[in-house]
Design a binder for this molecule. Structure first.
Ligand SMILES: CC(C)(COP(=O)(O)OP(=O)(O)OC[C@H]1O[C@@H](n2cnc3c(N)ncnc32)[C@H](O)[C@@H]1OP(=O)(O)O)[C@@H](O)C(=O)NCCC(=O)NCCS
Length: 200
């Protein structure tokens, strides 16, 4: 899947600027130079966290299978990543297919202009095109409001068992968020959720 769309910005975007160009790219289509550019953006956007991005290594935990990139004047200014996986719902002995989303980032110089919202619109459109029932992500409290604004719902009643970026087994977290795509939130299984894999 290599698709390209454009985002002309909002009333808050600078007049006369060319639009941000959105591209969806499979992991194996990315050139080494593009990994460098993505790693540099992630290093800037996540500078206040403990997550480290080194030259050429444009992921932190699980390696994504798909990237959503926003380019402006040839530079990567926004990024999100997706990996498809099954989350287990042990109370129901069932699993649910999700697009697990992570590495959501907007260039610090461009935050607060609507670019993050446009990025998440492109993420939702990508999940829809992939035919996925749900989008899923984990995040800290400090950005939960952002994802809510983008149509995601906190899974506060669902304890999550997962493997963190630094490979620690995390249990009883309530940091999941859900985006209904081709199925409704009502059909999401009740009770705890297991992500038997590492966070992106
Ligand atoms: C989170 C992030 C992607 C938001 O990007 P952005 O371009 O600043 O977001 P937008 O300007 O599109 O904001 C969209 C809406 O979310 C709101 N919002 C943005 N950040 C928010 C936050 N941290 N908490 C609550 N609401 C937030 C905005 O006020 C806006 O609301 P509005 O539509 O009512 O005006 C960006 O701040 C970022 O890259 N942060 C560093 C990396 C990070 O923390 N990523 C998430 C890891 S889970």
């Amino acid at each position: 899947m290599t698709t390209t769309t454009e985002f002309s910005g909002t009333a808050r975007a600078t007049d006369g600027e060319p639009p941000v160009r959105w591209t969806t790219r499979w992991e194996t289509s990315l050139e080494p130079r593009e990994h460098d550019d993505i790693a540099a953006l992630l290093a800037r956007s996540y500078a206040s966290t403990t997550t480290v991005f080194t030259h050429g290594h444009s992921w932190a935990g699980a390696r994504p299978e798909l990237r959503i990139l926003g380019h402006h004047r040839g530079e990567v200014v926004a990024h999100a990543a997706v990996i498809r996986r099954f989350l287990r719902a042990p109370d129901h002995d069932t699993s649910v297919l999700v697009g697990d989303v992570g590495l959501v980032a907007v260039d610090p110089d461009r935050q607060g202009l609507g670019l993050g919202g446009a990025l998440m619109d492109t993420v939702a459109a990508t999940l829809r095109r992939l035919g996925l029932p749900y989008g899923f992500l984990t995040c800290g409290r400090e950005v939960r409001g952002f994802y809510r604004r983008c149509g995601w719902t906190p899974l506060s009643d669902h304890a999550l068992r997962s493997i963190s970026i630094d490979l620690a087994l995390e249990d009883h977290r309530h940091n999941g968020m859900l985006l209904p795509v081709h199925r409704s939130a009502d059909e999401w299984p009740s009770g705890p959720i297991e992500r038997n894999g590492q966070e992106i």
